[in-house]
Design a protein around this ligand. Structure first.
Ligand SMILES: C[S@@+](CC[C@H](N)C(=O)[O-])C[C@H]1O[C@@H](n2cnc3c(N)ncnc32)[C@H](O)[C@@H]1O
Length: 284
């Protein structure tokens, strides 16, 4: 097992152990079928959303991927279902799956996932709220994606409580050592210095057009989003896998945070970008 980003390679069937530190070109169904059950601690899945369009970045880069299902929603669900089943098989007992979707298919995929994982293992419907995107006069502006979080086995799953942001409590004061508190009739009430526990609504900006993180790959997600996921649901040394890895955001974050990582994508351009990104990626 290595931790170095190697050159993009074609899927090699018949491998059973996950070779970490690799990004592979291939259909994820084939790639996952070659991997051993229980080998992944955290899987992040950011599949096409069934948006019925081809996602492209700037014409000069020519990068794109197809998000059109010939049979509409029915065909989309038929395509995604066996892949989600395999992700369930690949998770360790302490593992978790995050599935990143939007309003088009999330409610249908939730029903599929409840069936695969058991609804008792459903942990959160995370709302990733952002401000960019289209506006319309015909309905409320659509400004969030939904990320469904499932544990492989509730109670055995890894979960590191995360804190951040600011308290809503008014008139907070600060002790000399930086602990926020408020004064009440019964004396001071102290708050956690790192901020409130994160809720299931995440206010994280979309990547700006001039962000240094930008790789040019369409639908690239911000590292801040993935950092919250990786820190919450894995520990150092755990294996983070992404079978729709695109530009490799989850893998780059995993590498930086001292996790092992493995990814694949059907698009060779995506794998080339992810491989390059991982070569440059520093470790904290
Ligand atoms: C929404 S993008 C992922 C973006 C990624 N999270 C990022 O930050 O760059 C979805 C990716 O899934 C890939 N994909 C779609 N169907 C696939 C399949 N059957 N097997 C592997 N990859 C697939 C596409 O090529 C695309 O790169």
């Amino acid at each position: 097992m290595t931790q170095d980003a190697s050159s993009p390679t074609r899927t090699e069937p018949a491998a059973t152990l996950v070779e970490t530190g690799r990004v592979i070109v291939g259909d994820n169904l084939t790639v996952m079928a070659s991997l051993e059950a229980g080998s992944c601690d955290l899987i992040y899945a950011d599949p096409p959303f069934n948006s019925n369009r081809v996602h492209g970045s700037t014409a000069s880069e020519g990068l794109s991927f197809d998000d059109k299902s010939p049979d509409g929603l029915k065909g989309y669900l038929a395509d995604v279902a066996p892949r989600l089943r395999d992700m369930h098989r690949l998770l360790s007992a302490s593992g978790s799956l995050y599935v990143h979707l939007d309003w088009r298919s999330v409610h249908h995929v939730k029903v599929l996932l409840d069936d695969i994982f058991g609804s008792e293992n459903f942990l959160n419907e995370i709302i990733w709220s952002y401000r960019t995107g289209g506006r319309t006069g015909r309905w409320f502006a659509r400004k969030h994606d939904t990320i469904l979080l499932y544990a492989r086995e509730l109670g055995h799953h890894t979960f590191n409580t995360r804190r951040g942001g600011t308290y809503r409590t008014r008139d907070l004061k600060m002790t000399p050592d930086g602990t926020p508190y408020k004064t009440t009739r019964n004396g001071p009430v102290h708050f956690h210095r790192e901020g409130p526990v994160h809720s299931d609504v995440w206010d994280i900006p979309f990547l700006s057009t001039v962000s240094k993180e930008r790789t040019g790959y369409p639908t690239q997600k911000p590292e801040a989003l993935l950092e919250r996921i990786v820190r919450a649901s894995s520990n150092k040394g755990d294996l983070v896998a992404d079978f729709y890895c695109g530009s490799g955001t989850s893998l780059a974050v995993a590498a930086r945070l001292g996790r092992r990582w493995f990814g694949c994508d059907a698009n060779p351009d995506a794998v080339a970008i992810a491989t390059d990104r991982l070569k440059k990626c520093g470790r904290e």
